[in-house]
Every structure is written in structure tokens, then in C-alpha cells.
Design a protein around this ligand. Structure first.
Ligand SMILES: C[S@@+](CC[C@H](N)C(=O)[O-])C[C@H]1O[C@@H](n2cnc3c(N)ncnc32)[C@H](O)[C@@H]1O
Length: 271
């Protein structure tokens, strides 16, 4: 749905997101209190950070497997994951893994990349033993807050991003909102005891290096940047460009009133 292929490579973006959201993701992993001896699968593991965090959380007393489609992500995941953690290159819709062989499957910002998320949830659920847990994470179910001082600019920038995605990937408003359905996917796939919790990733001035790298490179330059020019009025694009430019006196990430919010939703269900 988002154009993932074995050749696609957005490893740098994934590394920056994971360095940025590490405290909240690690807290979510620790909150699962995975027992020693468990078998854990990270489906759509990207660059493998969560494989390492599960390993740490269970103090090495578990088998943690990573699986991803993209060759470039797999190469980095093999370097990031602890020695001995298997990292498989495979399509999660056709996993080369036995049914019932995991106690927990974790998939963060990954199910929304599938053309049929409910079918994906069913496939991952088949990998669980009875009583095993499927954990689906999704960031930004609520709109992120970037410009606490200018909600109008933030709203039109978000709308410009939606327009860009509609045109680039041919996705309708309905498709773009589909990520909000994670609780529904779990219920449609007939999992039990669905529970959900949203944490806020909240950052204020002064930012750490990891926070600034993610916001500057992934959001300001990657998600926004020149590609939004056609979707904004000239004066709005210029105001945005100044807020996003580290060499400009207006640079948002140096403002003392900078206040960033991003939701991180984790839904857990039992087979
Ligand atoms: C947004 S990234 C998230 C990666 C990682 N879970 C994280 O939180 O950093 C989505 C990942 O899913 C992978 N992916 C997409 N479709 C897939 C599929 N059908 N099977 C396996 N991996 C897939 C992509 O290659 C990418 O690494």
C-alpha cells in the first residue's frame, strides 16, 4: 500500500525514528513484561532496534526473531540485533515460520504498509500459540503538534502532506485514515482481550541530538521540504521554509516555546 518492496530503502529514516522514540518504545516493550524463555517475533522489524530492545528487556533469556521485506533494512538489522538473533528476509504475508511458534508478535508502524491489514493480522495471529499476544503499534493516530504557536500553519502543512500522499500513492482520504482502525483489525481477526494504550512522545526545547535529527531530517526535510511547495501558498511555504532552516533566525527547533507532541498507540490482543 505504501510501495514497500525488497529494494525499497528508508533505513536512515527508521534509524532516526527509533533513536528519537526509543524511551517510549522501550517503555512499551518493558510494560509487556515478556516472561523469560518466550519466543518473540518483530514483524516488519526495519533496522532491528526493537529486536535489541526486547532482548535487553528479557535480559537475553528469550529468542527474538526479526523479519522484514527490504534487503537494505535487513542488512542493518543484522548489525543492530544482538548476536544470535535471527533476522529473516521475508514477506510477512507469507512468513517462512511454523504456525503456533511464537508467544508474542510485535509489529510497529508495519501493518499499515500492507494492502490488506486484516489479512496481515490473521497471518501474524496464526504464528502465535494459543494464549500468545499480538501487539500492534502505530504512531500519529492523532495529528502531531509541531508549531504550538501557529495552529493555522500546522493545519495547512498537514493538509498539504495529505494532498501529496493522495497524488503520489493514489490514496484516498479513506485509505489515509485506515491506520486508525487497529483495534477493529484485531477484533475482525477474532483476537480476544483487545486492550489499547496511547502514549505521547513529548519534546520541548532544548532538544537532544536524536530529537533534532529526527525532526529536522525526517520531518522538515523528508516529509515536508520542496515537495510541499506545490500545495501551499507562496507566503505559507516561505514561512514554513524559514521555520525548518537551521540557518534561519526563525528555526523552530531552537525556539524556547518549541513543544512537539506525537501519539504512539499500542494495541495488545490475545489469541
Ligand atoms: C515504517 S517501517 C517500520 C519498521 C519498524 N517496525 C520500526 O518501527 O522502525 C515498515 C517496515 O515494514 C516493512 N514491510 C513492509 N511490507 C512488508 C511485508 N509485506 N513483509 C515484511 N516487511 C514489510 C518495510 O520494509 C519496513 O521496514
Amino acid at each position: 500500500m505504501l510501495g514497500d518492496t525488497p529494494q525499497r530503502d528508508y533505513a536512515e529514516k527508521l534509524k532516526m525514528f527509533n533513536a528519537f522514540a526509543r524511551p517510549e518504545l522501550c517503555e512499551a516493550i518493558d510494560a509487556l513484561a515478556v516472561p523469560a524463555g518466550s519466543r518473540v517475533l518483530d514483524a516488519g522489524c526495519g533496522t532491528g532496534e526493537a529486536v535489541a530492545w526486547f532482548h535487553q528487556s528479557i535480559q537475553g533469556r528469550a529468542m527474538v526473531v526479526g523479519m522484514d521485506l527490504a534487503t537494505a533494512h535487513i542488512h542493518i538489522a543484522r548489525r543492530t540485533a544482538p548476536t544470535g538473533a535471527p533476522i529473516l528476509q521475508a514477506d510477512m504475508m507469507r512468513p517462512p515460520l511454523a504456525d503456533g511458534s511464537f508467544d508474542l508478535v510485535w509489529a510497529v508502524n508495519a501493518i499499515n504498509h500492507l494492502s490488506d491489514p486484516v489479512a496481515g493480522v490473521r497471518v501474524l495471529s496464526n504464528l502465535l500459540r494459543p494464549g500468545g499476544r499480538l501487539v500492534i503499534g502505530q504512531s500519529s493516530l492523532l495529528p502531531d503538534m509541531y508549531f504550538a504557536w501557529d495552529s493555522r500553519l500546522e493545519r495547512i502543512v498537514n493538509e498539504a502532506v495529505r494532498q501529496y500522499y493522495r497524488e503520489r500513492y493514489g490514496r484516498s482520504e479513506h485509505d489515509l485514515a485506515a491506520i486508525r482502525s487497529l483495534v477493529g483489525w484485531l477484533q475482525t481477526a477474532e483476537l480476544r482481550q483487545v486492550s489499547v494504550r496511547t502514549r505521547m512522545i513529548e519534546r520541548t526545547h532544548p532538544l537532544t541530538e536524536a530529537d533534532e535529527r529526527y525532526l529536522l531530517h525526517v520531518i522538515f526535510r523528508g516529509t515536508w521540504g520542496e515537495r510541499l511547495r506545490p500545495y501551499l501558498r507562496r507566503e505559507d511555504f516561505e514561512a514554513l521554509a524559514r521555520l525548518c532552516d537551521p540557518d534561519d533566525a526563525c528555526y523552530a527547533l531552537r525556539r524556547p516555546d518549541f513543544h512537539f507532541l506525537q501519539s504512539l498507540t499500542i494495541a495488545v490482543a490475545t489469541k
